[in-house]
Design a protein around this ligand. Sequence first.
Ligand code: GLU
Length: 415
Amino acid sequence: MQEISPLVVAQRQLDMAATKLELDPNIHAILREPARVLEVNFPVRMDDGTVKVFKGYRAQHNNAIGPAKGGVRFHPQVTLEEVKALSMWMTFKCGVLGLPYGGGKGGVVVDPTTLSRGELERLSRAYIGAISPLIGPDQDIPAPDVNTNPQIMAWMMDEFSKYKGGITYPGVVTGKPIIVGGSLGRGEATGRGCVIAVREAAKRLGIKLQGAIGVVQGFGNVGSATARFLAKEGVKIIAIMEVDGGIFNAEGIDPEKLIAYREKAGTITTYPGSRPIDNQELFALECDVLVPAALENQITAENAGEIKAKLIVEAANGPTTPEADEILARRGICLVPDILANAGGVTVSYFEWVQNFMNYYWTEEEVNSRLEQKMVEAFACIYQMSQDYGVEMRMAAYMVSIARLAEAIRVRGWA
Ligand code: GLU
């Protein structure tokens, strides 16, 4: 399979929306590349006394509407192009939800499963130290992404605070543990938001979620929470994929039980009552809702023709290529794009940041109800746009977001 650069995908999506909107070419040019990119190479002392130099990146795509915002991923295949693309998607995502942010994204080239806890802590601190000149609560606010979590965010916030003379800056990072300024509801916010998107789409497509069939690719923070919330809506999840393999059970898999099982077994692949399944078979399963919740470039021209789902909701960033989008559209499969579907995470990150500034913390109910309101509103706006213009929801989401960005760029006098 030929790997498609996520940056090429993000730029192609932008180009198509720019054409449709007859966007000012200067604004289009501004949005085609991140405004700022930093590459860092930093040493980390390993447990055996040796020193390893790791490579990391931070891209800030645009700050016309507000500071850059977006996660940091730890993954052996992280590339500069990928981080750039992910920072673009963050800008458009924040635009879709109307959040006062631009997009940012960071990454470190590392397989964190090979590190001890001490090594992971030193790596997280060293990375944040290396990018510290570029970040801050009103400049660029990192958050969790693939293979990063609240503990890592706490180390990063703590390290940044040291650079600022020991003053604690909780608003420099979101997705923190509650005790150090995290928000209730942040951990499962992306999954919760995805299922709001599933529900809103299902309503319009006439799919009844009670008894509907679901398939989830990816069982990390986002995939596992999405699976749990889907099951609560009555969706029967027949297949789940993880990095080390997938499982299938026509009778349905209980995500809560699967999470508990993985805690003990360290894998989902041996889950009793299920049989193994690979990605190819998983994508071709007969189902109502398919949720890609892993990495980029999963639904491509090669497998889009095989997909039998009625609805695809993108919990991952960039899982579908433009060629695949075309095939899915032709086949009448409804797709809720990443920049809408997975925006629950950054939305609650925004709430966390607001709470950090106020130093006053909301109840979980308040967080969840504000998230619900924002997601339902954004969904309705994008859906309406797609109906009015006769375009797919991805195009509609780009159009809404770019129109907002273009206005900010214009009034600031950049173009
Ligand atoms: N990494 C998440 C995303 O891709 C969340 C970003 C954030 O909360 O800033 O949307």
